[in-house]
Design a protein around this ligand. Structure first.
Ligand code: ADP
Ligand code: MG
Length: 242
């Protein structure tokens, strides 16, 4: 099978400082994978490079057999940013946030066709948050915002969705609900890559994990990958309790 996403010799950094150097990674259609590593290990940087939000120093990113232009947002890649990094100091409703997902980044919104609205409603409903459609996004809980953002990512009918730390700001119950939802969407054919620094309640529930700390350390099913040696290499000795 051809990979849906292939990272080749990718190097990214900020100012003079590299975050990771010449990494290689393949993701296949239908995978639900977790990029697992501690805070500051470069997970968001890798995701932003895939999303064209930062320009890599070197290497290539291939999506469905085509090389992406560095720093350009690929079509058909949905993105759910880390919820707590979003500042909601403007009045839009949940439904409007979802409708934005029907348009390319930087495109002015031609407010908004009835089919946009219908698609937004359908997705909010599918994700269990139809009841908040007309509420301002800033007034929703973290878990509700997350679902609104997931709806926004899905409304463009992406081939893959990238979620940055989708579980980091929620309690265990909400985390597991989200993981169930993602597993359902994955069963329906969606390819998913999420990042997490949570080894206990998130990473072990994923079918495929990529251990990451300024580079790829190991990947596979959690039961095979989460060995003491790999965990120590990923999280450092003091983080791991045997
Ligand atoms: P993670 O998502 O795993 O927590 P990040 O990719 O956010 O890691 O960060 C990796 C490293 O890059 C960290 O040392 C972080 O401080 C640094 N970094 C992230 N964003 C920037 C930025 N915009 N400018 C400078 N350094 C950054
Ligand atoms: Mg991050």
């Amino acid at each position: 099978m051809e990979p849906i996403l292939e990272i080749k010799n990718l190097t990214c950094g900020y100012q003079q400082e590299p975050v990771f150097t010449k990494i290689n990674l393949k993701l296949y259609p239908g995978q639900l994978s977790g990029l697992v590593g501690p805070s500051g290990s470069g997970k968001s940087t890798l995701m932003k490079a895939i999303l064209g939000l930062i320009r890599p120093w070197g290497g290539e990113i291939w999506f469905r057999g085509k090389k992406l232009n560095p720093g350009v947002a690929p079509l058909k890649v949905g993105y759910v940013p880390q919820v707590e990094t979003v500042d909601w100091n403007f009045p839009v409703t949940a439904e409007e946030v979802v409708m934005m997902g029907r348009y390319q980044r930087k495109q002015l919104l031609p407010w908004a066709s009835s089919s946009d609205r219908a698609a937004a409603k359908r997705l909010l409903s599918r994700l269990g948050v139809a009841n908040v459609a007309h509420q301002p996004i800033g007034e929703l809980s973290g878990g509700q915002q997350q679902r609104v953002f997931l709806a926004r990512a899905l409304v463009g009918q992406p081939d893959i969705v990238i979620l940055d730390e989708p579980t980091s700001s929620s309690d265990l119950h909400v985390q597991h609900e989200l993981l169930h939802l993602l597993a359902d969407l994955n069963q329906e054919g969606l390819t998913i890559l999420l990042s997490t620094h949570d080894l206990n309640s998130v990473a072990t529930h994923l079918p495929w994990v990529v251990c990451f700390n300024h580079g790829i350390i190991s990947q596979g099913q959690p039961i095979d990958v989460f060995t003491p040696a790999t965990l120590e290499q990923t999280f450092g000795a003091e983080m791991v309790v045997f």
